[in-house]
Ligand binder design. Sequence first.
Ligand code: NAP
Length: 211
Amino acid sequence: MKIAFIGAGRVGAPLAIRLADAGHQVVLAQTADGSETVAAALLRSQRLSAQPLGAAIQDAEVVFLATPFPVVEALLAPLADALAGKVLVDCTNPVGPGLSHGLGSQRSGSELIQSLVPRAHVVKAFSIYGFENLEDPSYPAYSTKPVMLFCGDDPSAKQIVRTLISDYGFEPLDVGRLVQALHLEHMTLLWVRMVRAEGHSPHMVWASLRR
Ligand SMILES: NC(=O)c1ccc[n+]([C@@H]2O[C@H](COP(=O)([O-])OP(=O)(O)OC[C@H]3O[C@@H](n4cnc5c(N)ncnc54)[C@H](OP(=O)(O)O)[C@@H]3O)[C@@H](O)[C@H]2O)c1
């Protein structure tokens, strides 16, 4: 699958590298003035390449968004046509003061993103853990894999993301339509507050058990 990444920092770089290792064709979007994080990711994997933003998106079937949330409005508004019909995987989290929800829990970041690019198929995924679990999602002492919750409105887009989540080494769990993204964002804040503020290990994930 042809995948483009906008953002190649702590989240984007490990995702891009591991998906390229899994056999996907991954290109990093290069910003106009050059990006240190893109350069660093290219040094980490020879399977990655970089292209200017427009070219990277044009050829991609799936685009990962892994930038700080505050930049998405200015970044995405001009890309509405370029992203039409593509799967847009939203890895961002709106974070406010004191590790609160950055949009006051009134609306999810993913729904705001969907409104900026109405013809893209936004799926929120790969967002609920810190980057440590993206660098290494394996928990070999357990017979079950870490769960990765995801949501979105387009069934075909979600099927694609489900496969990417499996390729990555997580167990995919579809939690519903994009309106569920607000709850995923709060779930992320729970993990972040536990780990970054309450002293829990970042090597901590959730599991989905059924009977
Ligand atoms: N860190 C975590 O553990 C974690 C976990 C889950 C989700 N998240 C969410 O994932 C997102 C990325 O977090 P991160 O920790 O990976 O951040 P980061 O390490 O600061 O990386 C941000 C990336 O976005 C790029 N970027 C910034 N502004 C941009 C713009 N206007 N246009 C294009 N690219 C731009 C940066 O490029 P330059 O190098 O050129 O600045 C960099 O590659 C955030 O929304 C965060 O809330 C983070």
